[in-house]
Design a protein around this ligand. Structure first.
Ligand code: URA
Length: 448
């Protein structure tokens, strides 16, 4: 760690403000100084805004990533056999991909150590989804994480305090200083956490569209390219898929509803778009884990573990190992028996084809319902959510059920139904939905 406590933070802010560049040591000193509390929030906020407005060059971005990565513990999983591969998604509405993906990949022989986050705003978080399984714990110690990975090749936990602590502090500050949407900060934030997990390779799902964190396609492309380049710089083979998040992914949105849909996928069923994204990411991870030589072979391996039931078994092993109610995985319908429900139907006077279902509107309705959170401290309702019976391109008639909404309170249910009704747009002409996967980035180049 190159922390030089004698560096004058005012000089660094001044130089950045006047579009100068900072050295590796200076950036490290800022990151460590802030993490340990030597640099106060007001100076760190000024530094972040100066960098946001004036930009950071490649060297500065790499130095920032390095300092954030080394601000805490960097795990070494080299004593566990196999190439460890993880996936990170920039998140979206209905993005439950990690839940079926990790057991599929693990069942193909690639160890998956996954450290995930919670949902904030309109995008959901893997941890909230997993914790909707009664008893399931995502708060394992690093020792438990390591042991479970060695035993069953699969573990899914939340961020621990000692991994990339600089990111936790800086992210909270970025959140309240309008400095989140800056690619060098985003890349350093995502990769400092992922590179500290002890993985050998990384697969990324960078989403764009109304329900994504990056709404504009060009910005998502720039992020994908940057993430791959920075991750490769740190010696991790990395592939990013660029995927469309204008419509909710799959038919279920909400924590427990998304677990139910993930189980369906592991049984070889489930919606086609969810399968498209899950299988494409699985194939990338299986190749990165050296369990298949080509993407085509990897697809076949992934399909084989679904067909044989091995992927679902692996999921159940993980649920059991992390304290969850495994019996419920065989009968998921039991959990929603007591939920309040409402239906959204096709109104009169609209044309007969669904033009789109706005993912952002659906995500916002989920917050109203209690399935998502606006503030980090908010609780989420595990059962709240919706199931979209009709989707983009479907032909409909007046009165057809578009969605079923689940909630635990009447007030929330009626407010969410009103909000969700706004998400549908109708048209006259039938148009097949476009594929979700739009591009593949590998080390600066892309092929589509
Ligand atoms: N996700 C992260 O982990 N960090 C960011 O900065 C943005 C999204």
């Amino acid at each position: 760690m190159n922390y030089d406590p004698s560096i004058n933070i005012v000089d660094l802010i001044l130089r950045k403000r006047d579009s100068g560049t900072l050295t590796r040591n200076e950036i490290a000193s800022f990151v460590y100084g802030y993490t340990i509390g030597d640099i106060p929030d007001y100076q760190a906020a000024a530094f972040l805004m100066a960098a946001f407005l004036q930009g950071m060059n490649e060297e500065e971005m790499l130095s920032l990533t390095d300092a954030m990565l080394n601000s805490g513990r960097v795990l070494d999983l080299s004593d566990i056999p196999g190439r460890k591969v993880d996936k990170h998604s920039t998140g979206g509405v209905g993005d439950k991909v990690s839940i079926p993906l990790a057991p599929i990949v693990a069942a193909c022989g690639v160890p998956v150590p996954m450290i995930s986050g919670r949902g904030l705003g309109h995008t959901g978080g893997t941890l909230d989804k997993l914790e909707s399984i009664p008893g399931f714990s995502t708060a394992l110690s690093i020792e438990q994480y390591r042991r479970q990975l060695a035993d069953i090749g699969l573990v899914m936990i939340g961020q621990t305090d000692d991994i990339a602590p600089a990111d936790r502090k800086l992210y909270a500050l970025r959140d309240v200083t309008a400095t989140v949407e800056f690619v060098p900060f985003i890349a350093a934030s995502i990769l400092s956490k992922k590179l500290a997990e002890g993985i050998d390779a990384l697969v990324l799902d960078v989403k764009y569209g109304s329900g994504a964190f990056m709404q504009e396609e060009s910005r998502a492309r720039f992020l994908a390219e940057t993430l791959v380049r920075v991750s490769e710089h740190f010696g991790k083979p990395t592939v990013a898929l660029l995927t469309d998040m204008d419509q909710p992914l799959g038919q279920a949105v909400g924590n427990w509803p998304e677990i139910v849909e993930s189980i369906e996928l592991l049984k070889g069923k489930g919606p086609i778009d969810l399968k498209e994204v899950t299988m494409a990411l699985a194939a990338e991870m299986i190749v990165a884990g050296e369990r298949a030589g080509t993407i085509e072979e990897a697809f076949e391996a992934a399909q084989a573990v679904i067909d044989s039931g091995m992927a679902l078994d692996r999921f159940k092993q993980m649920v059991a190992a992390q304290g969850g109610d495994v019996a419920l995985i065989d009968e998921p319908g039991r959990r929603t028996e007591t939920a309040l429900t409402a239906e959204i139907r096709v109104p009169s006077g609209v044309p007969g084809v669904i033009e789109r279902i706005d993912a952002l509107e659906v995500g916002r309705a989920m917050i109203t319902l209690g399935a998502g959170r606006m503030q980090k401290e908010d609780d989420v309702d595990p059962l709240a959510g919706c199931f979209l019976h009709k989707r983009q391109g479907d032909e409909v008639r007046e009165g057809d059920v578009l969605a079923t909404v689940y909630a635990s309170s009447d007030d929330r249910l009626s407010a969410a139904v009103d909000a969700l009704t706004e998400a549908w747009a109708f048209t006259e002409t039938v148009k097949a939905p476009s594929p979700r996967i739009r591009d593949r980035y590998v080390d600066r180049s892309w092929s589509g």
